[in-house]
Design a protein around this ligand. Structure first.
Ligand SMILES: [Zn+2]
Length: 260
C-alpha cells in the first residue's frame, strides 16, 4: 500500500510524493524543483528517497532532478525518447518497472511531447495513473511536439484503463479547464457538479486532484469527442461538423488553445 501526497511547486505544479509507510521509502514524480521534496525529507528524517520518476523533459518537471539525485542517490527513471538529466533507467512503452515494491506499466503517450510516458499500477490498493501533462482534470496537455491524432490516440489509451483509476496529473488547471468544458457542454450535469466541487476545494486552497478516470470520462471534453453534444458544439464553433472522433478532438484542442 502506498500513500500519495501533493507537494506544490511553482505557481500550479504538483510534485507527487509516493510513500511506502511500511519501509519509509518514497519516490518523487516530476520534481521540477528540488526544494519541496528536500523540505519534506528534512521533516521526515527516517525516510529514504529511492526513485525519481519523470514523465517528460520539460523544465518544470525535471529542474530538481539532479540536485535530488546528488543529495539522496535516488534512481532516475524517465522516457527513453527524451533527454532526461541524470537518467539511470530509460523507460520504453509497455516496459514493467518496480518502484516501491509495486509493478508499474510504462505507457508511451506522445502528443504534449514526443516521448512523454505515463505510469500505471494496479498494485496500490486502487489503480493509480501518473500522467504528467497528457491527461489533465477536465482537460489535456497542449500539443508542443505531437499531432492532434497522436494526442487523441494517447488519451484513448489512457481512457481504456479501469474507471476507478486515480488520475495524478501535474498541474492545478482544473478550474480553467472546467470553464472551457462548460462552454463545450453547458448542459452536462456531472460537469456542473464537478465545477461546484472543484471551486469549493480551491476556495480552501486544496488540490482538486487526484481525479478518477470515470469522472474524466463523464466530464472531460477531450475524452468525449464522440458525444453528440460535444460534436454539436465543435460544429457550431468551427463552422463545420467533425466527421470523426479524431477531427472532433483536433477541433476541441484548437478551440481551447484560443479560449479565454
Ligand atoms: Zn510539459
Amino acid at each position: 500500500m502506498i500513500q500519495i501526497t501533493a507537494l506544490p511547486a511553482f505557481s500550479d505544479n504538483y510534485i507527487w510524493l509516493l510513500q511506502d509507510p511500511a519501509r519509509q521509502r518514497c519516490a518523487a514524480v516530476d520534481p521540477g524543483d528540488s526544494a519541496p521534496v528536500l523540505a519534506w525529507l528534512a521533516a521526515h528524517p527516517d525516510w529514504l528517497l529511492t526513485d525519481i520518476l519523470v514523465t517528460h523533459h520539460h523544465q518544470d518537471h525535471t529542474g530538481g532532478v539532479l540536485e535530488l539525485k546528488a543529495r539522496t542517490g535516488a534512481r532516475v527513471l524517465g522516457p527513453a525518447l527524451e533527454a532526461i538529466p541524470g537518467r539511470d533507467v530509460a523507460l520504453e512503452d509497455d516496459q514493467r518497472i518496480d518502484v516501491l515494491g509495486l509493478e508499474w506499466q510504462v505507457l508511451h503517450v506522445p502528443g504534449h511531447t514526443a516521448g512523454h510516458v505515463a505510469l500505471f499500477t494496479e498494485g496500490a490498493g486502487q489503480p493509480v495513473l501518473l500522467c504528467g501533462d497528457t491527461l489533465f482534470a477536465a482537460g489535456c496537455g497542449r500539443l508542443f511536439e505531437g499531432t492532434a491524432a497522436q494526442m487523441h490516440a494517447s488519451l484513448q489509451r489512457l481512457a481504456s484503463l479501469p474507471g476507478p483509476t486515480r488520475v495524478y496529473c501535474t498541474h492545478e488547471y482544473t478550474l480553467a479547464n472546467l470553464r472551457f468544458a462548460l462552454a463545450v457542454e453547458p448542459d452536462n450535469q456531472a460537469l456542473q457538479q464537478r465545477q461546484r466541487e472543484a471551486a469549493a476545494l480551491r476556495e480552501r486552497n486544496l488540490p482538486t486532484l487526484p481525479s478518477t478516470l470515470s469522472l474524466e470520462l463523464a466530464t472531460n471534453p477531450f475524452l468525449r469527442a464522440n458525444e453528440p453534444a460535444v460534436r454539436k458544439s465543435c460544429a457550431e464553433h468551427a463552422g463545420s461538423a467533425p466527421t470523426t472522433a479524431e477531427t472532433a478532438f483536433a477541433a476541441l484542442r484548437a478551440w481551447k488553445d484560443n479560449f479565454r
